[in-house]
Write a protein that binds this ligand. Structure first.
Ligand SMILES: C[S@@+](CC[C@H](N)C(=O)[O-])C[C@H]1O[C@@H](n2cnc3c(N)ncnc32)[C@H](O)[C@@H]1O
Length: 282
């Protein structure tokens, strides 16, 4: 290594240049905008080729450039599906048409979305998970807690844009993905940061964000499944209660109408006449 070049300063300059130039906004994969660092794309390709996951789960799709990138890689290895999640339905037509792509619209941490992902991904299947949606610490931490269950021992969960909030760019962003990773690693020993994946001169936009599962606490998936199920049952109970309240209000409204009162009056009259007839016949 030359004495004149300090690797850290080159790395920081690269991050700063990439962000300042905004060229990540002008990059496309087969015509679909993709907001990825090319060094990370190369790294992702290595993971797909090595691990041949059955599922790639991507939280935060935007137009789906990365979704299409992964779908094309899975075409090459000949198996797998991409589950692409976003709050907005902004997927490019080419992504919608790709047979390996499953699109889910909604908050990545909502009970509805997680229930569908739970249904799509059998508990023993191998998945590669990427978090690239809302970059606030609270949201990323919720995603980490929820999506870790889809990752098997040896597999990866990548938290993207850990470089923001001063690591080394966008120093005033506030606590974000990097801080969420730290909080998550304080909660579990099942994951470690795999620095080996940052070896390409640290030009990754997921520094400290390449998490690899090294153990699975036995109850983590069943407990997570149970939590998802109880959340969806609570939602169902709430929905039924709302329906009962609505029916009750409709019933009360109906009982206060003139027509209803007239029917009531006829019913009582009939009962009285019937009573008279009964006495007469006896
Ligand atoms: C940085 S962009 C994703 C870029 C994309 N992965 C790519 O490489 O081209 C972030 C996306 O996350 C989505 N998003 C924001 N909050 C979200 C949430 N709570 N759940 C799911 N998606 C969310 C946004 O709508 C936006 O499309």
């Amino acid at each position: 290594m030359s004495d004149r070049i300090r690797p850290d300063s080159v790395r920081d300059a690269f991050h700063a240049l990439w962000y300042d130039s905004q060229c990540w906004k002008e990059t496309a994969w087969f015509g679909v905008p993709i907001q990825k660092n090319p060094f990370d794309l190369l790294q992702y390709q290595e993971v797909i080729a090595e691990q041949r996951p059955e599922f790639v789960i991507e939280c935060g799709a935007l137009h789906g450039g990365a979704t299409l990138y992964f779908a094309h890689l899975l075409d090459l290895v000949g198996r797998g599906r991409v589950i692409s999640i976003d709050v907005r339905d902004g997927w490019h037509e080419a992504v919608r048409r790709h047979p390996r792509v499953e699109r889910l619209v909604g908050d990545s941490t909502s009970a509805e979305v997680l229930e569908i992902v739970d249904r799509l991904v059998p508990s023993s299947s191998r998945a590669f998970v990427l978090l690239d949606s809302d970059h606030t610490e609270a949201h990323v931490l919720r995603e980490l807690r929820a999506y870790q269950r889809f990752v098997q021992v040896g597999d990866y969960l990548v938290v993207e844009d850990t470089n923001i909030n001063g690591h080394p760019v966008l120093g005033d962003f506030g606590p974000g993905p990097y801080e969420a990773v730290d909080a998550f690693l304080r909660e579990t020993a099942d994951f470690v940061v795999d620095d080996g994946r940052e070896r390409k001169l640290h030009f990754t936009f997921a520094p400290h964000g390449w998490l690899r599962r090294v153990a699975r606490t036995p109850a983590s998936r069943p407990v997570a499944d149970l939590a998802a199920r109880s959340r969806s049952m609570a939602d169902e109970i709430e929905r039924l209660n709302a329906e009962i309240r609505r029916l009750h209000e409709a019933m009360q409204a109906m009982q206060s109408t003139r027509g209803w009162r007239a029917l009531e009056w006829i019913r009582r009259l009939r009962a009285a006449i019937g009573g008279l007839g009964g006495r007469g016949g006896g």
